[in-house]
Design a protein around this ligand. Structure first.
Ligand code: FCB
Length: 477
């Protein structure tokens, strides 16, 4: 891939460069420390749900390799590490007394990070819902939001003396719509009404948890949520294309942005989904509970998209044009007449295109829309099919991708966006949900049979970016 921008842009002194992972994707050790089953254990062990029948049972074996992994982070000079806590390690069935062993695992990780000079950034929910809660209705049951707030309080109490940046939920869009509408992610449900309830209850869970953390910890604590906003553009300005665009914007972005940051649901969301539900599950006081001030809005960005009037993508599990695995039912509730435009150009192993300009646009537009709202890129990265050759991984494609996207963040800052940090997805190769171990996102290679880690060229390059605080040329020695 040709790099399109001049390199050399520099970053503010207090800008944070980090890397991100998630519990189920790296930890393994699913039966250790009293951990209960999560929806991803159930889903991945259900034949046909995950490519090649892969599961997170062992994953990158991070649970047993914490010392080695933190040492690698230190070598790279990471300033922050965003990881998630597995709810079923803390409360095996999602409610009740916390497990000391589960809390101790994360407490030890936090201590090691701090000793290595790396700031811990904790995500409380990165999709591994305790299975027992799913058996009671999961995110479509309002009770799950209350249970989540209690769990958040427990973890804040245990780690809050050392952890000062918290994210409640990672990508509620995926949890709600891939989990409950298209069913390509756990719990694998295809029920539009349950998906819309899940979206609301995830919003509510965020608000209740943010309040619980704030009650436990000081005002200084940074509280955030991470969204995967979809950066759409209509193919033409025809009324049909503009309507297609409006529909996916509504169910892709506004369903979270407006309640979280403006304290309301958009009227057209109710209109677009009136055939599914009357939204009477939104109770009095919920929107006030959801719109608690957040100190940081986390954003995950991989690619943008162009849409037009047409037929929404269904299928039998092949990668879809919208970036998600296809199924007979679409995740875009109320947006059936929308088609994703195929654009020429390079693609990653996820079949995703490479459009760093969309990242700049997202940051600049959000900063203009919500002045004063600090932003961070909590995930950005690319999957490619890497190989270890003579102890090195020459992942030039990923290196170019990171170069152009980090530069795109710099461009947004220069254009006035308030961006505080950038986290590469991912620190190491891991269980990429429905695609299992086939798609490698790490800047550190993991040989799954042995667990051996190999630092890829992209990580060496990123270390230079961190060291110099500038977008150095996309090469390594
Ligand atoms: C995001 C997820 C993350 C990872 C990347 C590739 O949607 O938050 O866990 O799978 O995509």
């Amino acid at each position: 891939m040709a790099t399109s921008r001049p390199s050399g842009r520099t970053f503010p002194a207090d800008f944070v460069f980090g890397s991100a992972t998630a519990s189920y994707q790296i930890e393994g050790a699913v039966h250790e420390g009293g951990r209960g089953p999560s929806i991803w254990d159930t889903f991945s062990h259900t034949p046909g749900k995950v490519l090649d029948g892969d599961t997170g049972d062992v994953a990158a074996d991070h649970y047993h390799r914490v010392a080695e992994d933190v040492a690698l982070m230190k070598d790279l000079g990471l300033e922050a590490y965003r990881f998630s806590v597995a709810w079923p390690r803390i409360q095996p069935t999602g409610t009740g007394e916390p497990l000391a062993e589960g809390l101790a695992f994360y407490s030890d990780l936090v201590d090691r990070l701090i000793a290595a000079g790396i700031k811990p950034v904790v995500t409380l929910y990165h999709w591994d819902l305790p299975q027992a809660l799913e058996d009671g209705g999961g995110w479509s049951n309002r009770e799950t939001a209350y249970a989540f707030a209690e769990y958040a309080r427990i973890v804040a109490r245990a780690l809050g003396d050392r952890v000062h940046t918290w994210s409640t939920i990672n990508e509620p869009w995926c949890a709600a719509f891939l989990g409950y509408a298209s069913g390509v992610h756990a719990p694998g449900v295809a029920d539009d009404e349950r998906a819309l309830k899940a979206a609301h209850h995830l919003n509510l869970a965020h608000g209740l948890a943010a309040t619980a953390i704030r009650e436990e910890l000081s005002e200084e604590t940074t509280i955030s949520i991470t969204l995967n906003l979809h950066i759409f553009a209509p193919e033409t300005d025809s009324p049909e294309d503009v309507e297609a665009f409006r529909r996916v914007e509504t169910i892709g972005n506004e369903v979270f942005l407006q309640p979280l940051l403006e304290g309301r649901y958009p009227a057209d969301l109710f209109a677009d989904t009136a055939h599914v539900t009357d939204w009477s599950f939104v109770q009095e006081g919920d929107l006030e509970a959801i719109k608690v001030p957040i100190d940081l809005l986390g954003l995950n960005y991989y690619d943008d998209a162009v849409v037009r009037h047409g037929v929404a993508p269904t299928g039998d599990g092949a990668p879809g044009p919208d970036g998600h695995k296809t199924s007979p039912q679409i995740p875009w509730v109320g947006a059936d007449e929308v088609e994703w435009v195929h654009r020429p150009g390079p693609r990653t192993a996820m079949e995703w295109g490479i459009h760093p300009d969309g990242l700049t646009r997202m940051l600049v537009e959000l900063s203009a829309r919500y002045p004063g709202q600090a932003l961070a890129i909590t995930e950005n990265g690319a999957a490619f099919y890497d190989e270890v050759v003579d102890g090195r991984v020459h992942d030039q494609d990923r290196l170019d991708y990171l170069h152009d996207h980090i530069d795109a963040v710099g461009a947004a800052i220069e254009a006035g966006a308030d961006v505080r940090g950038y986290f590469v997805w991912s620190l190491m190769d891991n269980f990429e949900w429905a695609y299992g171990y086939d798609r490698r996102f790490g800047v550190i290679h993991v040989d799954y049979p042995t667990g051996t880690r190999t630092v890829k060229d992209s990580a060496r390059w990123y270390a230079e970016v961190i060291r110099t605080r500038s977008v150095v040329p996309p090469t390594v020695a």
